[in-house]
Design a protein. Structure first.
Length: 186
């Protein structure tokens, strides 16, 4: 692996609580979205694309108790991530950006909760929701191709350590050319 060749020590970290990031992130995002758009929706709902309007309106269905629990999950997950990084002595956690190669948009299920396949929106959001939920910095860079489509590597960093992530990405891209390649159009 390129990072190891550059002297980066990779340490495996187990964080089973990450599975709570997506439901918590959705509960907070959807409930905040409906509140933000409530006034405009009341007077001009027809100005929204149907899919956008439905997603925003879904936020009204999230029980207040679930939103409160989601905020608790956010705090707990942020603390767990800090502890995991401290215990492992790492600057960032590394994972795939998506669980599979980038799907063709037309083939992708846009359901947030109804579809759980590798090409579902939920599946894509699952990988990125820890950064979104916790507010910890996240960065994705190209790290290869599969089937002519880009594969991404995601870094999740410590709070207020964006410069560390940018530095890691910069060094990686200086030693690879994935960022200069163009995906195959399907």
């Amino acid at each position: 692996m390129v990072l190891q060749g550059l002297g980066v020590e990779l340490v495996e970290v187990s964080l089973p609580e990450l599975k709570m990031a997506l439901p918590a992130s959705l509960a907070i995002s959807l409930s905040e979205s409906v509140e933000h758009h409530r006034e405009l929706l009341a007077g001009s709902a027809d100005k929204y694309l149907r899919g956008t309007r439905v997603m925003i309106e879904t936020g009204a269905l999230v029980p207040r108790e679930d939103v409160q629990l989601a905020h608790q999950v956010r705090s707990s997950l942020r603390a767990s991530l800090r502890t995991a990084m401290d215990n492992a002595g790492v600057q960032a956690l590394v994972s795939p950006t998506l669980p599979s190669i980038a799907p063709i948009e037309a083939d992708m299920s846009h359901s947030l909760t109804g579809s759980t396949g590798k090409d579902s929106l939920s599946s894509a959001l699952m990988m990125l929701s820890p950064a979104n939920l916790t507010g910890m910095p996240g960065l994705s860079i190209p790290c290869g191709f599969a089937g002519g489509q880009p594969v991404g590597m995601h870094f999740l960093g410590r709070e207020f350590a964006e410069a560390d992530l940018l530095g890691i990405a910069h060094v990686y891209e200086k030693h690879t050319s994935w960022h200069a390649k163009v995906p195959v159009r399907r």
